[in-house]
Write a protein that binds this ligand. Sequence first.
Ligand code: ZN
Length: 245
Amino acid sequence: MRVSRFLAGLLLLAFAATGVSADNEKVQYAATRSADGFDMPVGKPDAVGFYRSRGFISGRHMGDDWNGVGGGNTDLGAPVYSTAHGLVVYARDARMGWGNTVIIRHAYWGDGRWHYLDSFYTHLHQIFVREGQQVRRGQLVGSIGTNRGMYTAHLHFEIRKNLRIGINQGSYRKDLSNYHKPYEFIGKHRELRGGNRRVRVPINTFRLQARVVDRVGEAPRRPEATPSRPRRQDFQINRYGDPRR
Ligand SMILES: [Zn+2]
C-alpha cells in the first residue's frame, strides 16, 4: 500500500513536472544561481544618469523605457546590466520591432516558495552574452541601441512572470497576470534572502521564432524636447533592406 501510494505520488510528480513547453516538448531544466536582489538595468545599480521616458501601461507598453539624461542618442552604446543573477535563455536578433534582444531567467525565494521570472532587454546595439550563459547581478549583457534606427536610442526593459512569452508578446495577455511593473518590482526586491543558491529553472519554455509580427507598442522616433545634437556618425540608420551607409 505504502509503495503503491509512493509510486502514484511519483507519477503525479512526473506529470506535474513535465508541463508543456512552447513546442509541446517536455520542459527541460537547467541550474542557475538564485537572485540575491534586483538592480536597475542601467546606471548600475540605481539608474544614475538615466530616466524612465515611459513606464508600464497595461495592454500597451509592458515595461520601462530607459533613456540617458543627455537626451537623444547620447546613450547609444551605454552599458545594460543583468538585473539579477540568472541564466541567459535568449540572446539573438529578434528582428521586427525588437531587434537585438536578451532574455534572462531568474529564480528567487519569497513568501516561502520559489518564484521564476524572465527579464527582457531589447533594441540593443550590441549583445555581450550568449544563450546558456550564467550571469550575475550587474553583469554587462549588452548596450543601448536604436533597433536599426527605428527609435531614439533607449533600453526597453520588461520583467515577466510568464516564462512562455519570449518574443511572442502578442500571444499573451498584456497585463499584470503575465508581467510585473519593472521599476516597482525592482524597488521592492533590492535585497533578498535565499540568494546564491543552486536552483533549477525550466528552459525551452518559449518559441525562438515569433509567430506573428508583434506590435511592440513603442513610440516612433521623434524630435525630443531635450536639446540634443547627435553627430551623424553617432548612429546609423540601417533599416531592413536599406543599403548600409
Ligand atoms: Zn518600450
